[in-house]
Design a protein around this ligand. Structure first.
Ligand SMILES: *[C@@H]1O[C@H](CO)[C@@H](O)[C@H](O)[C@H]1NC(C)=O
Ligand SMILES: *[C@@H]1O[C@H](CO)[C@@H](O)[C@H](O)[C@H]1NC(C)=O
Ligand SMILES: *[C@@H]1O[C@H](CO)[C@@H](O)[C@H](O)[C@H]1NC(C)=O
Ligand SMILES: *[C@@H]1O[C@H](CO)[C@@H](O)[C@H](O)[C@H]1NC(C)=O
Ligand SMILES: *[C@@H]1O[C@H](CO)[C@@H](O)[C@H](O)[C@H]1NC(C)=O
Ligand SMILES: *[C@@H]1O[C@H](CO)[C@@H](O)[C@H](O)[C@H]1NC(C)=O
Ligand SMILES: *[C@@H]1O[C@H](CO)[C@@H](O)[C@H](O)[C@H]1NC(C)=O
Ligand SMILES: *[C@@H]1O[C@H](CO)[C@@H](O)[C@H](O)[C@H]1NC(C)=O
Ligand SMILES: *[C@@H]1O[C@H](CO)[C@@H](O)[C@H](O)[C@H]1NC(C)=O
Ligand SMILES: *[C@@H]1O[C@H](CO)[C@@H](O)[C@H](O)[C@H]1NC(C)=O
Ligand SMILES: *[C@@H]1O[C@H](CO)[C@@H](O)[C@H](O)[C@H]1NC(C)=O
Length: 836
């Protein structure tokens, strides 16, 4: 009966909201052979319900039941069972309960050994946390239908495997795209921590061992007595999952919260204030992981205000934490506003400039947390040279799961291929093999501390990150924190099987889309190392290349009429290339040996500079933008081929985003190409840029109740002009005769959808309504909404298979709402296969 039920249930793809992430334990058929491999019981070697080993047992029981419908009983410490069993615990607990065993290999801290070879499956950790990791590994095999007999040990590459959340006390999350905080609301810790527990489970399954719960731009009110109790509650929820809690600190807390007249790190009253607070924290969170500190960065207070060094600032916390075994993660993201008129100034130099001279001055429990590149989570950067400049300081790499500059979860971008370019870079320290991943894990300099942190920013949305497909980035981050040598595609495929099932076509399609996604995004955003070219002054989302320059932020491109790129050479530029060890410095110093995907990062060249391909830089920009956007056009169709193989809820959620991305990639493509065409005056040899044969501009239509509007920046509007309703209570219409040949077209309408109103649009063909939509993207997609007509709010809707006769009348009616004046940019009549 049961197997019949399970076979039948396979056909039914039940609606899923994403809450279980990759831990769905979806039902699988169980053959006779599979039945024989399912353990009859689960032996947990710690009966305390809050212990990770107990949690591991419960998780295995739940998984076996949900995947294979089996009802394994949990028994405690009864090692000597005659029937088949899975035993989970620490090596020490195992030796006590089950007697000695010679076949268990030596394990490092948090490592585990998994042996499924005999009747008795053994999952043994060096710590309880390790045992829990082993249980999740076993479940991952079962959920992928993998019953291989295995026996292996695995150990973490590094002790620091943290995630950071940029949650504010009021519940908003800085650069969060999955809804409000699961931790905070209205200045306090939420009462219901159900979602925190679910997050803990996901994080434990990818072997994360600590979470910093609040924003690095920290608010001192986290340290009120009430909130310290709240932190204690959060830690109680994470603890059974082997995860410790850490917090971000505001350097000025002694003054802002404590009422002292200083926050000088060497002032005795400040020192004792922090030691008092730290003591109170450990009373509430006895196993607190430590502190994360952003100081003297982007307006945050820090030790430099008192002429103290960053090391003196870090050591203040290190000394307060030392008695409790806590550590300080001190961010290297420190830089000043700069003057672009000075050819030699460079924000990329800042980290080494600030930190190199402090090497050796940090206390033993300080770890310098270094963003992967020298600027800020761009679509492509070289590895931060700081990794090659700290010999006597522990380091960690900072990655970003939340896609701040990479599509904010409204675009599919699978990040590990990008991360791997950094992790696998060889810095040639002292002329020797020195991969970045061997530096921050501590292996290269033989340091005990080290590892990784990723800014994740999950929210209360059931998708966690705002999009189902983005969860591959979180999953893979955990895998890389454990083993940075893991392969990007292998990790992805485990995630796909766990998230969407074992179907071959599902596996192949999502693999293909995901592996294409970062190259596509780089193609239609910023190429050749020029950075993402998003709007750095506002939401970091849509295109706005001009925002990079003419300000003090230092994310410059130095683009002018003749050339583009930052001269970061030693011989004539900012000297940045000289921050790398000699061999790498020489590589980057020379334009001929600089990898072309970083050409404009290191060199300022004319637009007509020829690449190895023979193409000019400007033509490469044009072509890459067309290729990248063309790839994004295939995502919805690739996904649609999976209809019926994925539950409708997730299928439709993803499809909607991929459709949106396809449209927004065209906005990116045209904005960047138009911008550089305008600046350089050099036309596209393929005559595509600013040449749109299938478009009708809204401003060229007959307008009634609509008026023209000049869009800024100009390049995010076709022809730099759009239309908006004459007032916020006027219904507008735009009418035009269609002069294209009779036939069937996809009708694309480009408009702007911003925050603070839900306009309504209707499309008529000869007075027959053929389509309508509402401007509600702020509720549907995950990226930061905008309140302007710009590259963030620009969006496309497509009506497929519209039959048109030459001479037909097209009318679009726009009804404004609130501050949103039903803006329209253009329509495109697209014959089959045309993207315009
Ligand atoms: C069982 O787990 C509890 C809670 O984590 C812990 O305090 C205790 O030491 C563990 N017992 C053994 C025998 O490891
Ligand atoms: C099953 O899992 C083991 C352990 O992770 C792995 O080595 C093996 O390749 C997997 N087998 C298949 C067929 O996926
Ligand atoms: C997901 O988050 C978005 C943005 O906060 C929100 O508009 C949407 O309603 C949420 N959806 C769910 C299912 O929670
Ligand atoms: C810090 O939190 C308090 C209490 O929630 C709030 O009133 C204050 O505005 C916050 N400060 C900042 C800078 O966000
Ligand atoms: C620590 O701070 C608390 C609360 O501000 C205060 O009551 C207590 O006296 C302080 N303890 C010491 C040793 O300064
Ligand atoms: C820091 O040093 C500068 C230059 O030596 C001096 O002008 C300033 O007053 C000092 N600031 C403090 C807070 O000591
Ligand atoms: C920026 O540098 C230029 C050239 O060195 C100089 O003329 C100008 O005064 C500087 N501007 C500021 C605000 O320092
Ligand atoms: C760094 O550590 C090495 C080896 O421990 C030592 O020889 C050297 O003096 C240290 N350098 C600094 C600047 O502390
Ligand atoms: C050297 O830098 C100057 C700007 O200071 C720039 O105008 C010039 O083109 C550069 N020369 C070379 C050979 O790159
Ligand atoms: C660039 O834009 C400006 C302002 O819109 C315009 O005057 C100029 O003609 C454009 N140049 C090219 C080459 O399109
Ligand atoms: C229309 O715009 C006016 C002026 O900006 C504003 O006061 C009014 O609230 C708006 N009406 C709506 C419905 O938003």
């Amino acid at each position: 009966m049961r197997s019949l039920f399970f076979l039948a249930s396979l056909g039914l793809v039940a609606a899923e909201n994403g809450l279980d992430g990759w831990l769905r334990y979806a039902p699988l058929p169980c053959s006779h052979q599979c039945q024989s491999k399912l353990p009859a019981s689960i032996v947990v070697l710690n009966a305390t319900e809050t212990s990770p080993v107990y949690v591991a047992g419960a998780e295995i029981q739940n998984g076996l039941n949900r995947i294979y419908g089996s009802h394994a009983k949990i028994s405690q410490n009864q090692c000597k069972t005659s029937s088949s069993a899975v035993v989970v615990g620490t090596v020490e607990q195992y030796r006590k309960a089950c007697g000695s065993s010679n076949d268990i290999p030596e394990l490092e801290e948090d490592g585990f050994w998994l042996n499924t070879e005999g009747q008795k499956i053994r999952i043994l950790g060096s710590t309880e946390r390790g045992a829990l990791y082993g249980a999740f590994e076993y479940l991952s095999m079962l959920a992928q239908g993998n019953f291989s007999a295995v026996s292996y040990a695995t150990n973490p590459s590094a002790p620091i495997r943290w995630v950071n959340q940029w949650d504010n006390m009021d519940g908003r999350i800085e650069r969060g795209y999955g809804g409000p905080s699961i931790f905070f609301r209205n200045g306090a810790i939420v009462d219901d921590l159900t979602r925190v527990k679910q997050y803990a489970r996901l994080l434990a399954s990818i072997r994360i061992n600590a979470v910093v719960v609040n924003n690095v731009n920290a608010n001192a009110t986290l340290l009120t007595p009430e909130n310290l109790k709240g932190l204690g509650r959060i830690a109680d929820v994470f603890r059974p999952y082997g995860i410790k809690v850490g917090i971000s600190l505001n350097f000025a807390s002694p003054k802002d919260l404590g009422g002292l007249n200083t926050f000088d790190p060497l002032d005795p009253s400040v020192v004792s204030w922090w030691s008092n607070i730290t003591q109170q924290l450990y009373q509430n969170v006895p196993d607190m992981a430590g502190y994360l500190v952003k100081a003297n960065s982007e307006g945050q207070p820090g030790p430099q205000e008192y002429n103290r060094t960053l090391a003196e600032g870090a050591n203040l916390f290190a000394k307060a934490l030392q008695p409790y075994g806590g550590i300080v993660m001190f961010r290297a993201f420190v830089y000043n506003q700069l003057n672009e008129s000075n050819w030699k100034e460079d924000r990329a130099n800042a980290a080494v400039d600030f930190f190199k001279e402090l090497d050796g001055e940090f206390d033993e429990n300080v770890v310098v947390q270094i963003k992967y590149g020298p600027i800020d989570f761009q679509v492509r950067e070289p590895a931060s040279p700081l990794f090659a400049n700290l010999f006597n300081t522990s380091t960690a790499i900072e990655l970003q799961v939340t896609q701040e500059y990479l599509g904010q979860q409204s675009h599919l971008v699978y990040l590990p291929p990008l991360w791997k370019t950094i992790l696998d870079s060889d810095l040639r320290i002292d002329g020797k093999h020195s991969l970045v991943r061997d530096v921050y894990t501590g292996k290269h300099f033989k340091r005990k501390l080290g590892g990784s942190a990723a800014v994740v920013n999950v929210g209360t949305n059931t998708t966690w990150l705002g999009s189902h497909l983005s969860m591959s980035n979180l999953y893979a981050y955990g895998r890389l924190a454990w083993n940075p040598a893991d392969d990007a595609q292998d990790m992805l495929q485990d995630w796909i099987r766990l998230t969407f099932g074992l179907d071959r076509q599902v596996l192949n399609t999502i693999t293909k889309m995901s592996m294409q996604s970062w190259p596509a995004y780089e193609g239609y955003s910023g190429n050749l190392g020029i950075q993402t070219l998003t709007d750095i002054l506002y939401t970091h989302y849509g295109p706005n290349p001009a925002s990079q320059d003419n300000n003090g932020w230092g994310q410059w491109t130095r683009a002018d009429h003749t050339g583009i790129g930052m001269d970061r050479t030693v011989k004539n530029g900012t000297g940045f290339s000289g921050q790398y060890p000699a061999e790498v410095a020489a590589l980057y110093e020379n334009i001929d040996t600089t990898p072309e995907d970083l050409l404009l990062w290191f060199h300022h060249v004319d637009y007509t500079h020829r690449l190895h391909s023979g193409k000019t830089v400007i033509q490469h920009f044009y072509d890459a933008h067309y290729t990248g956007a063309a790839t994004a056009q295939t995502f919805p169709t690739q996904w649609q081929s999976l209809k019926g193989k994925i539950d409708d809820e997730r299928f439709n959620h993803v499809l909607r985003r991929l459709d949106y991305q396809a449209g927004h990639s065209i906005i990116w493509r045209d904005a960047i190409n138009t911008f550089y065409y305008n600046l350089s005056g050099i036309p596209d040899t393929a005559k595509r840029v600013d040449h749109h044969p299938w478009r009708i501009e809204a401003e060229s239509m007959k307008l009634d109740g609509y008026k023209t509007y000049t869009v800024s920046p100009f390049e995010v509007s076709s022809g730099s002009v759009a239309i908006v309703t004459a007032s916020n209570s006027t219904v507008g219409s735009a009418t035009t005769r269609i002069n294209f040949a009779s036939g069937t077209y996809d009708l694309a309408v480009n408009y702007y959808d911003f925050y603070g109103g839900q306009s309504q649009w209707q499309v008529y063909l000869n007075d027959k309504k053929i389509g309508e939509w509402v401007g509600n993207s702020e509720d549907v997609y995950s990226h930061t909404p905008s309140i302007y007509l710009d590259g963030h709010s620009a969006i496309r809707v497509t009506f497929r298979g519209v039959k048109v006769k030459k001479g037909d009348m097209l009318k679009i009616v726009g009804k404004p709402d609130g501050v949103e004046p039903a803006p329209l940019d253009y329509v495109s009549f697209l014959p089959d296969g045309v993207v315009d």
